[in-house]
Design a protein around this ligand. Structure first.
Ligand code: ATP
Length: 301
């Protein structure tokens, strides 16, 4: 039994002149939470649709559980739980009907888990799907995606529509439970702080290109954020080697550095500037620095 649940090799997809995916290679390994991050239009949904077999790979290969999701949809889809970005649920069903309808497709449906989720999400089985709020619809979609205990849970922007207070607790609990049970989660989001809470590995898409793909802990450990106070306000932040990006204004700027930040500290000293704070950056800071650097034409290292 392979541990590579999703294998994507050199996958490209164009829509007219838009490169939705350009030569993307990645693996999602059993028992992990894989966070796919990127701005709107980065290619996340297009990648997920290939995993589901909704798109055939025109260039490159996609396999899921070692199978071709287009050639063997029954073998693949029965083992996947999917929450789509559009939450496309049958509008005319009541929540209870949606549950029994979905249950009929999946032998692994767990009634107890379904009931627990129903309670946790405070959903009313008698309500029609079309009368649900966006947040309730997201919860109902999540319930039917999870309750059959899929081997692979695919969540496309799962927290959109959920209110901030509830969404992360709910999502984090579900995602971690799934992964702790040795099952696998592929989750797309542009909410980086949420991905940082749950992901083991992060892949960053930018205009269809894979900018980064590595364990979250490694990614965080190989960057530093240094806040630097200059003696006089620079007209523009300096372009020091190792400085991936800058934010700030006036005399105080924060530099997102590669590695230990030692070269930046040295440059600061030589420039007569003071390092006032040194800390671990967030995934969001790294993402913004990488995408801005990419947009300005140079690859992140
Ligand atoms: P979002 O976070 O906004 O959902 P995304 O990262 O999921 O974005 P995709 O939906 O995969 O991005 O889209 C990637 C690019 O491909 C975008 O430029 C989008 O406009 C384009 N695209 C996606 N699907 C189609 C389609 N069916 N026809 C034409 N262009 C498409």
């Amino acid at each position: 039994m392979t541990d590579e649940i999703v294998a994507i090799r050199a996958l490209s997809r164009n829509f007219g002149s838009t490169v939705a995916l350009g030569d993307v290679t990645l693996s999602v390994v059993r028992g992990t939470v894989f966070g796919l991050v990127g701005e709107n239009g980065a290619g996340k949904t297009t990648l997920i649709k290939h995993v589901l077999g909704l798109y055939r790979a025109e260039q490159g290969q996609v396999s899921v559980f070692g199978l071709d999701p287009v050639g063997d949809p029954a073998g693949v889809l029965g083992r996947i739980g999917y929450l789509s970005e559009d939450r496309d649920l049958p509008e005319w069903m009541r929540v209870g009907e949606l549950m029994s309808y979905t249950r009929a497709f999946y032998p692994g449906w767990d009634d107890r888990l379904a009931r627990d989720l129903l309670e946790m999400f405070e959903l009313d089985t008698g309500r029609k799907v079309r009368t649900l709020s966006r947040g309730q619809r997201a919860r109902a979609g999540l319930l039917v995606a999870v309750a059959h205990r899929p081997e692979l849970l695919l969540l496309d922007e799962p927290s959109s529509g959920l209110d901030p207070g509830a969404r992360m607790d709910i999502l984090a609990a579900i995602v971690r439970t799934v992964a702790d049970e040795g099952r696998t989660v592929l989750l797309s989001s542009h909410l980086l702080h949420e991905v940082q809470r749950v992901a083991d590995r992060v892949a960053m898409l930018h205009r269809g290109q894979l900018l980064l793909n590595e364990p979250l802990d490694d990614l965080l450990a190989r960057h530093r954020a240094l806040t630097i106070r200059f003696a006089t306000a620079p007209t523009a932040p300096p372009s020091w080697p190792g400085a991936l990006g800058w934010t700030g204004q006036g005399v105080e700027w924060t530099c997102l550095c590669n590695g230990e930040g030692t070269s930046c500290k040295q440059f600061a000293e030589e420039a007569g500037a003071e390092v006032v704070e040194e800390r671990a950056p967030s995934l969001e800071e790294i993402f913004l620095a990488c995408t801005r650097k990419e947009a300005s034409g140079s690859k992140p290292s």
